[in-house]
Design a protein around this ligand. Structure first.
Ligand code: PMM
Length: 285
C-alpha cells in the first residue's frame, strides 16, 4: 500500500510536534445532546474529570465542544456555548492539558484562545461565520478546516455528489484559499474531509478508500470517524445501535488513516486508537 506522507501544522506545542506519529484527540462534548456521549459530561467538574481520564488513556490533546453537530441538532446561542466550554478549557489549561476548541463561531474561538485553547477546530471550514478566518489569522493558531455544506438540520439533504472525493477536495481548497486571503498562514491549516457531514455512508467509505488523494493539497489531515453512523453495521455486539459499540470499528479506521499519513484522529474511546496509531507507527517507520 502506498503510504501518504504525514504532515503537521507549524506553531503547535512541541509536546504535540515531538510525537512524530498520528495524534489521538480525545473528544469532550460538553453538550446535553451530542449523539454519542450526550449529556454525560455537561457540568465542568465531570467534564474535566473525563478529560483527565482520556489523557490517562493516552490522548495527546482534548477537543472541547459546546454545540452539538449531531444530524438534526438545532443551534444554541453563543453565550450558552461559551458558558459551557470556557471554564473547562481554563481548568484543563491550568492542569497542563492541551485543548482545541470545536466551534463554528469566531467569538467563541477568540474567547477559548484567551482561556488557553491552542487549536481552532471549525467543522464549517469558515462557512458558518464570515469572521472566523480573520479571527484565526489574528489568533495565529493552528486551524482545522473541515469540509461542510450546511448546518445539521439540512446537511443530510446536501449529501449529493457525482464524484465525492474530487468535490470535497475542491470545496476544501476554496475555503483554504479564502482563509489564506484573510491572513491565515497556509502552514497553520489542517484539512478534514468531514466524515458524516453532508455525506452518506457510501460517501464516507469512498473518501476513506481514496484517502491518498486527500494528500494532493499537501496539508496535514484530520479525521473524525468516531462512533459515526456509517460504522453502525460493524458494531460489537453485533446489531447494537448504541454508538459506543462502534469503538472497535473506530479503532480500525484509526489504524488505517494513521498508516496512510493522517496528522490526527478525533475519537471518544482513546485507548483503542492509541494502540492503533502506535502499532501502525511501527509499520510506517
Ligand atoms: N465530528 C464531530 C464534531 N466535530 N470536528 C472535526 N474536525 N471533524 C469531525 O469529523 C467532527 C468534528 C461530530 O461528532 P461528535 O458529535 O461525536 O463530537
Amino acid at each position: 500500500m502506498k503510504q501518504g506522507l504525514r504532515r503537521e501544522p507549524s506553531g503547535i506545542s512541541p509536546q504535540l510536534a515531538n510525537k512524530n506519529r498520528c495524534l489521538v484527540v480525545g473528544v469532550l462534548n460538553v453538550t446535553p445532546d451530542s449523539f454519542s456521549d450526550g449529556g454525560l459530561f455537561s457540568n465542568t467538574k465531570e467534564a474535566v474529570e473525563h478529560a483527565q481520564e482520556l489523557i490517562h488513556q493516552g490522548a495527546d490533546l482534548i477537543d472541547v465542544g459546546g454545540e452539538s453537530t449531531r444530524p438534526g441538532a438545532t443551534r444554541i446561542e453563543a453565550f450558552e456555548e461559551q458558558k459551557k466550554v470556557l471554564p473547562v478549557i481554563e481548568e484543563l489549561t491550568n492542569l497542563g492539558i492541551i485543548t482545541s476548541i470545536d466551534t463554528m463561531r469566531s467569538e467563541t474561538a477568540q474567547e477559548a484562545a484567551k482561556a488557553g485553547a491552542q487549536i481552532v477546530n471549525d467543522v464549517s471550514g469558515g462557512l458558518a461565520d464570515e469572521n472566523m478566518h480573520k479571527t484565526v489569522a489574528k489568533l495565529d493558531l493552528a486551524y482545522v478546516l473541515m469540509h461542510w455544506r450546511g448546518h445539521s438540520t439540512v446537511m443530510d439533504d446536501l449529501a449529493k455528489y457525482s464524484d465525492v472525493v474530487t468535490e470535497v477536495l475542491k470545496e476544501i481548497d476554496t475555503q483554504v484559499q479564502k482563509a489564506i486571503k484573510s491572513g491565515v498562514q497556509r502552514n497553520k491549516i489542517v484539512i478534514d474531509p468531514g466524515l458524516g457531514f453532508a455525506k452518506n455512508p457510501e460517501h464516507n467509505w469512498e473518501i476513506l478508500r481514496k484517502f491518498e488523494q486527500l494528500h494532493s493539497l499537501e496539508l496535514p489531515i484530520y479525521v473524525g470517524a468516531s462512533r459515526k453512523r456509517f460504522l453502525a453495521e460493524f458494531s460489537y455486539p453485533l446489531g447494537s445501535t448504541d454508538p459506543k459499540d462502534r469503538d472497535l470499528a473506530t479503532s480500525a479506521i484509526s489504524s488505517y488513516v494513521s498508516l496512510n499519513g493522517a496528522w490526527a484522529v478525533r475519537v471518544h474511546d482513546v485507548a483503542g486508537s492509541v494502540a492503533a496509531v502506535k502499532v501502525t507507527n511501527q509499520l510506517r517507520n
